[in-house]
Design a binder for this molecule. Structure first.
Ligand code: AMP
Length: 454
């Protein structure tokens, strides 16, 4: 019998083709953008730590129902904006449109309720909404958010409002808080009744969407962007006039505490924050210059109390409050105000080499500098000293160590001061202490000697 021939393995070779497109409404965050992103993220992380918040990151994918039950089925987010799909197992999944519902899910899932309350959490990550893309409005956008779960005291509302304003102000963005109360369940029933009556009597002036909203979720008419609806809601009954005694008392105390903390705010009856889970205090952060102009619609962030959400998800009644800000919008504002992020740190030393043997030696030297905490840079693939010195200049390295063929033979190395161009020959074995000495002299930096890292 002839031996069986094994078939030759198929070889897949990628074919040339069209350049792929970015999905509509998505954005790359490019290296030039990162100094701003780092500035915002570092500020969020450092303020969170100052105020005793711990980080939580929940998955981007959640069960669709999580948001339907919390945000509310008659909201824009659920009706039109959620990215949803059925996974291979047949489950209905959503790309998270916001962070609060997931944080509350995690609070319950991980037994945070049995820890001393309140639980103070923050997050930083991408959210997804199938919105109409335009400036400052994307389908993937990042938010940082803060949540305090398990404390219903009005001073916590004021502290939360102040916290967001502090972050934005410390990023160089003066903001004015727009604040309102959407009360408790009793207030909402009373208010929705009078609001519906008001809207019904003016139905013909409402946009087509609002005619439906008026019946399903009339409070949403208050934040409709259509001009005729906006004019109409100017004279609509205000929630504040329909608050229950308890809700009124809570809100009055929140405002008193904000006054104590010298937070600047406007009472704005149109801030109702569309989502079903909000109760009591609702607020938004508007760039101070935009207040009273048409740009006022583009809030940098917003939030509110959501005292019923933990219970909605099967937990015991637990008061909670939080806010989220859009990072892209914050950065747009920072750029508009001419705020510059700090220039990225420069390397302490650049290593240039000529020839294979020198490259080997500088590869080792590179690791030794790193182990000592010295910021070191090199372009090992380059063979011309000129090109390497250009790279060193571009990176703003103050010194370059040059290891050419002559130095290899002599056991020396050249130290070049990049500003003056003065070069000195030193013993190769002195390279590290010499650079450490020079760095100390130039920027007073402390070099951390870490003998354990080799
Ligand atoms: P919201 O949860 O809708 O109140 O959003 C809070 C903040 O997230 C807003 O004030 C914006 O800064 C930001 N944001 C919301 N939707 C978008 C979007 N589609 N694109 C960019 N930023 C957004």
């Amino acid at each position: 019998m002839l031996p069986k021939k094994t078939p030759a393995p198929e070889v897949f070779i990628l074919k040339k083709g069209k350049t792929p497109n970015l999905v509509r409404g998505m954005k790359d965050i490019l290296p030039v953008d990162w100094p701003w992103w780092n500035l915002v993220m570092n500020k969020v992380v450092s303020i969170a730590s100052d105020f005793g918040f711990e980080r939580i990151e929940t998955p981007i994918l959640e069960e669709q129902n999580l948001f339907v039950r919390s945000v509310g089925k008659d909201t824009d987010i659920i009706e039109k904006e959620m990215f949803v799909f059925t996974d291979r197992g047949g489950d209905n999944i959503a790309l998270r449109p916001e962070g609060t519902a997931s944080v509350v899910r995690a609070y319950l899932e991980h037994g945070f309720m049995s820890l001393p309350q309140p639980i103070k959490l923050f997050y930083l990550g991408p959210m997804f909404r199938y919105d109409r893309p335009q400036s400052g409005r994307y389908r993937q956008f990042w938010q940082f958010g803060f949540e305090i779960i398990g404390d219903g005291h009005p001073v916590v509302d004021a502290e939360t409002v102040a916290l967001g304003a502090t972050i934005l102000q410390e990023l160089g963005l003066p903001v004015k808080v727009q604040i309102n109360s959407v009360g408790d369940a009793a207030s909402r029933i009373a208010y929705v009744k009078v609001l519906t009556e008001y809207l019904k009597s003016r139905k013909s002036q409402l946009c087509e969407d609002c005619k439906k909203r008026m019946l399903k979720n009339p409070m949403r008419v208050l934040d409709c962007k259509v001009e005729t609806c906006q004019t109409l809601v100017q004279d609509a009954p205000a929630f504040l006039d329909h608050l229950s005694e308890e809700a009124k008392e809570h809100f009055t105390k929140v405002l008193e505490h904000l006054d104590d903390m010298e937070v600047v705010y406007d009472l704005n009856p149109r801030i109702v924050r569309g989502l079903d889970y909000y109760t009591h205090t609702a607020f938004e952060y508007i760039p101070a210059d935009d207040v009273g102009t048409e740009k006022q619609q583009s809030a940098l962030g917003g939030g509110g109390r959501y005292d019923g959400l933990v219970e909605t998800f099967g937990g015991r009644p637990t008061p909670a409050i939080g806010f989220a800000c859009g990072i892209e919008r914050v950065i747009i504002q920072m750029k508009a105000r001419g705020i510059q992020p700090p220039t990225p740190p420069r390397p302490d030393v650049f290593l240039a080499q000529l020839g294979d043997a020198a490259r080997k030696k500088t590869l080792k030297l590179f690791r030794e500098f790193r182990a000592l905490g010295v910021k070191v840079a090199a372009t090992f693939s380059k063979t011309s000293i000129k090109t390497q010195l250009e790279a060193a200049n571009r990176l703003r390295a103050p010194f370059t160590l040059i290891l050419g063929q002559k130095e290899m033979v002599d056991g020396t190395v050249l130290v070049r001061d990049m500003e003056s161009g003065i070069q000195e020959v030193i013993d190769f074995s002195k390279a590290i202490p010499e650079i450490q000495k020079r760095i100390k002299k130039t920027n007073g930096d402390k070099i951390i000697l870490n003998p354990e890292v080799k």
